[in-house]
Design a binder for this molecule. Structure first.
Ligand SMILES: [Cu+2]
Length: 247
């Protein structure tokens, strides 16, 4: 009976469709940013988010890149790493950000995936991610490889699309907060207050950086043992990412 009453209350409560666009310092749309909405009363008065996130996504190592470069999961999700290249990758996952490791007690993970042999299925391994936070993915063998797993603490979390937009259906009415994360936004942006009302709610969040455009993957024929050594140029904050090939 209590459950029925609660359900009726939830259905009668209105909700807004929240659309957040992320722009860079120059005002251009930023894809692959992560937008987290913390609705009013989430976790107390219901407000169960729709399942926006894939429960157990796969991150491929393909042509010297992590694909996708940014993956969003909820704590407890299992992420599968699959090596589609013909050479080995040694994947390391470490808490990203200053003192993140100490704060979370998360020591990360390491795994090695042998290259894909002709006529054989690709090698893969699963990793369960229990703690909210950002995990930086790198490869011991190829210093240019970078990826991120954003383990979110809100079910209302999405990556921005090619137009820099994240669209959230059915966010409960009331005061909400918005957090925006991007791999190259090294200084965390302050959360933005948002008033969710019935109907569309539009807002923008601007980064203080201009993320570089990801290099295009090498052409398919170069996917041979030994691998293409793609060049990475200037990173954010003047940091030059090393192009390493240690075997
Ligand atoms: Cu590698």
């Amino acid at each position: 009976m209590i459950f029925v009453a609660a359900s009726a209350l939830w259905i009668s409560a209105s909700a807004g469709n929240v659309q957040i666009q992320v722009l860079d310092r120059d005002g251009k749309p930023v894809p692959d940013a992560v937008v987290v909405v913390y609705p009013s009363g989430a976790g107390t008065t219901g407000g169960t988010p729709p399942s926006l996130l894939q429960a157990n996504p796969t991150i491929e190592q393909e042509k010297m890149r992590f694909v996708p470069a940014v993956t969003v999961v909820e704590p407890g999700a299992t992420v599968r790493f699959t090596n589609q290249d013909r050479w080995d990758h040694h994947v390391r996952g470490a808490p990203a950000g200053l003192s993140a490791a100490a704060a979370s007690g998360n020591t990360g993970f390491e795994l090695r995936l042998a290259g894909k042999a002709d006529g054989k299925p690709a090698n893969s391994t699963e990793v369960k991610l229990d703690t909210a936070g950002v995990v930086l993915l790198s490869c011991h063998l190829h210093g240019s490889m970078r990826g991120h797993v954003f383990v979110t603490d809100s079910g209302w979390t999405l990556k921005t699309d090619a137009d820099g937009i994240a669209r959230f259906p059915g966010v409960p009415d009331g005061a909400a907060q918005v957090r925006v994360w991007h791999a190259e936004q090294l200084l965390d942006l302050p959360r933005k207050a948002l008033n969710v009302v019935p109907g569309p709610v539009l807002d923008t969040v601007q980064l203080s950086v201009v993320p570089r455009v990801r290099r295009a993957p090498p052409a398919a024929p170069s996917n041979t043992p030994g691998g293409p050594m793609g060049g990475y140029s200037q990173g954010p904050q003047g940091v030059v990412e090393q192009v390493a090939h240690r075997h």
